[in-house]
Design a protein around this ligand. Structure first.
Ligand code: HEC
Length: 154
């Protein structure tokens, strides 16, 4: 009974994602591994490009782009905290980096929702993206710019 319900939910989620996703291939296997949004790249990179306009005051994303108020974000998806050289990250972020923290999809999602939840004392002064789909889409967009998580799983 419970199994049937969750299968139906997963099927519905898959059907919706399949309609919405234009760039990323979503397989039924991924849809059954809920919570999808926390572990896999499910967003729409094309929509994420527009969401990224809200990050642009502080971030570039293209390879070799300059740091602004925040670091260049090329290759950040799946990379370790403080993923590039030559940017002065906050001590709070560097402490978590030393603990081995990684920008996997779930961590990025939580950070972009409410930066202080992931890095209390961090220096990203951003109100957060409240819409789940905005976060999923911008993460999909970031993943088109390199990074370990952008590569197929081994
Ligand atoms: C007001 C400026 C500002 C805005 C807007 C902003 N950020 Fe940031 N971001 C920062 C700063 C500053 C840091 C460095 C944080 C630290 O050192 O604690 C940062 C760090 C990050 C990191 C961690 C990078 C790393 O290598 O550890 C990610 C990922 C990130 N931002 C993504 C985004 C995304 C995506 C958006 C838009 C949805 C965004 N940021 C909006 C200023 C901003």
């Amino acid at each position: 009974m419970l199994k049937t319900t969750s299968f139906l939910a997963a099927t519905a989620a898959f059907a919706m994602t399949a309609v919405m996703a234009t760039t990323w291939q979503v397989t039924p296997a991924m849809a059954e591994d809920a919570p999808v949004a926390a572990t896999e790249i499910t967003g729409d990179a094309a929509k994420g490009k527009r969401v990224f306009n809200r990050c642009k005051a502080c971030h570039t994303v293209e390879e070799g782009g300059p740091n602004r108020v925040g670091p260049n974000l090329y290759g950040v998806v799946g990379a370790e905290f403080g993923h590039i050289e030559g940017y002065k990250f906050s001590p709070a972020l560097m402490e978590l980096k030393a603990e081995g923290k990684v920008w996997d999809v779930a961590t990025l999602d939580a950070y972009l929702k409410q930066p202080k939840d992931v890095i209390p004392g961090g220096s990203m002064a951003f109100v957060g993206l409240r819409k789940d789909s905005d976060r999923a889409d911008v993460i999909a967009y970031l993943a088109t710019f390199g990074g370990p998580e952008a590569a197929p799983a081994e």
